[in-house]
Design a protein around this ligand. Structure first.
Ligand code: SAM
Length: 239
C-alpha cells in the first residue's frame, strides 16, 4: 500500500516503552493510517497528530488483559483498532478483525499484507450474524456500541471464562451500572471496570471487562436477548 512521507507522525518517547521491539512495525501501521487511512476517509485528518497517544498506545496497553495464545475477535475493527495493534504486539494471539463495511475490510486486508501479520485475519460481517461461526477467548471492541448491545453481540461468541474487553470513556462505571441487569440476562457473567497502562499512557485506558461464567448453549436454547438498554442511537458518519 502506498504510504508517502506526508502523513508521517513521529512516535513519542513513551512509545518505545509501550511497543518495545514492535515499534518499527507499529510505526509502519501509523503511516498507513495517516496516509491511506485518511485519504480513504477511514480516519479523520484531525486524528493524525494524536494517532500515537490517543489511538495506538491507548489500544496497546489492553494487551496485559489478554492471555497467552488467546483467540481474539475484534468487533467493529474499523481501521484496525485495537485488533491490528494487538496482532502486531502479540504474535502468540490469533486475531480476527470483524467489520461489516467493505471499504474498511479492503483497507484492513491491505494493512495485514503490508505489515506481514500471519496471525491476523479479516472477516467481513456483523457481529450478530456470526454467532454460529466464530468462537473466542477474548472479544475486543472500541467505540462500537453501547454496552447492552455490545454484550448481545459479543457474549455468545465467548468460551466459558472468556472476556469481552470494551474500551470505554470516563463514564464506564455508570454505563456498567446501568447495563448490569442486561448483561447477566444475556449470559451468566461478572463485570468490572479496569484502568490499564498507568505510567505508560495518560490518561490510563478504561476497559469494561465482562467475563462469562457458563458454557454457552449454541443449540439456540439460550439465545441472546435483545438488550433493553442502549437503544439504537443515531450512527455517526460512515467511514
Ligand atoms: C466508530 S467505528 C470504531 C472503529 C474502531 N474500533 C476504532 O476504535 O477506531 C465503529 C465500527 O463498528 C462497525 N460496526 C457497526 N455495527 C457493527 C456490527 N453490528 N458488527 C460489527 N461491526 C459493526 C462499523 O462499521 C465501524 O467500523
Amino acid at each position: 500500500m502506498a504510504s508517502g512521507a506526508e502523513g508521517k507522525v513521529a512516535p513519542p518517547e513513551q512509545a518505545q516503552h509501550v511497543f518495545g521491539d514492535a515499534l518499527p512495525l507499529v510505526g509502519r501501521y501509523a503511516d498507513l493510517l495517516a496516509d491511506a487511512g485518511v485519504e480513504r476517509g477511514l480516519i479523520g485528518p484531525r486524528e493524525v497528530p494524536r494517532l500515537w497517544e490517543r489511538h495506538l498506545m491507548n489500544c496497546a496497553v489492553i494487551e496485559e488483559l489478554v492471555p497467552e495464545g488467546a483467540q481474539v475477535v475484534d468487533i467493529g475493527s474499523g481501521a484496525g483498532l485495537p485488533g491490528v495493534v494487538l496482532g502486531i504486539l502479540r504474535p502468540d494471539l490469533s486475531v480476527t478483525l470483524l467489520e461489516p463495511l467493505l471499504r474498511r475490510t479492503v483497507f484492513l486486508r491491505e494493512c495485514i499484507e503490508d505489515l506481514g501479520l500471519p496471525n491476523v485475519e479479516v472477516r467481513r460481517g456483523r457481529a450478530e450474524e456470526v454467532h454460529a461461526h466464530l468462537r473466542a477467548d477474548i472479544v475486543t471492541a472500541r467505540a462500537v456500541a453501547p454496552l447492552p448491545r455490545l454484550a448481545a453481540w459479543a457474549l455468545p461468541l465467548l468460551r466459558k471464562g472468556g472476556s469481552l474487553l470494551a474500551l470505554k470513556g470516563e463514564q464506564a462505571e455508570s454505563e456498567l451500572a446501568e447495563a448490569r441487569g442486561d448483561l447477566s440476562a444475556q449470559r451468566p457473567c461478572v463485570a468490572d471496570v479496569i484502568r490499564v497502562g498507568r505510567g505508560k499512557v495518560e490518561p490510563a485506558t478504561t476497559v469494561v471487562r465482562v467475563t462469562v461464567t457458563s458454557e454457552s448453549d449454541h443449540s439456540g436454547a439460550s439465545k441472546p436477548r435483545r438488550p433493553s438498554g442502549g437503544s439504537r442511537k443515531k450512527r455517526g458518519r460512515k467511514r
